[in-house]
Design a protein around this ligand. Sequence first.
Ligand code: NAD
Length: 249
Amino acid sequence: MITLDGKIALVTGSTRGIGHTIAETLARAGAKVVISSRNADDCRRVADAFSQKGYDVIGIAADVSDPDAAQNLIKDIIAQWGELHIVVNNAGITRDNLIMRMKPADWDAVMAVNLKSVFNVSQAVIRPMLKARGGRMINITSVVGQMGNAGQTNYAASKAGIIGFTKSLAREVASRNITVNAIAPGYIATEMTEDLTDDAKQRLMDQIPMGRIGETADVANLVAFLASDLAGYITGQVYNVDGGLVMQG
Ligand SMILES: NC(=O)c1ccc[n+]([C@@H]2O[C@H](COP(=O)([O-])OP(=O)(O)OC[C@H]3O[C@@H](n4cnc5c(N)ncnc54)[C@H](O)[C@@H]3O)[C@@H](O)[C@H]2O)c1
């Protein structure tokens, strides 16, 4: 049984989709959870709904692509709850296009929200985690960062970047009892994947050995395990949650 009693967790991009389910799963396991996304109303709405279910949560809005906003987010959490043990870097966007049509602004936006945010939040949280003599960082990457995808050069580069970042930071902080791992979801049913055409969805399904789309809980359950004391000797790893789409040696 996974328990996160006494732990404090931040999940970025947790007002909907995968992040929302991660936040609820961690809260159900006993953690106090910070709900966060860019929009303050969304954070309040989701935090209120979780509070009504009896979970110990607060909502704090922050655009994590902005280093100052990320610093302030961590400061606010420490000011309210004193510590922060678990960080899930989940916020992400897509701005898909073939390279010849991709606007530099779409490249920059995806790199800023998907990759720079991971640096911003990790840098802001590293001191509190060192002070707490331990911590868990879990970064949400994607199978697209491993296998590529036509029309997603920006997204694939940002997600591949997360993998290199995860392994490097894991090496930096391993001796301090801080673990850093990544999860690579495949095709998960959320508003992000709703945008795909039926054709694109079918092509994806054809490649999944388990023959079905993943649920947000499939990702969240692994996050809960990696965040728990059960995973204390695991760091620098990338775990696929993709129905067998990518099988690596
Ligand atoms: N859905 C999938 O199939 C899939 C597959 C692989 C990886 N992922 C990754 O999982 C993560 C969650 O995806 P999802 O499908 O739940 O997406 P989603 O669009 O449903 O949710 C994304 C969340 O991130 C928040 N967000 C966006 N920009 C932000 C910013 N600048 N600062 C703070 N919050 C911001 C949004 O408000 C939202 O809460 C993303 O990193 C995504 O790349 C998703």
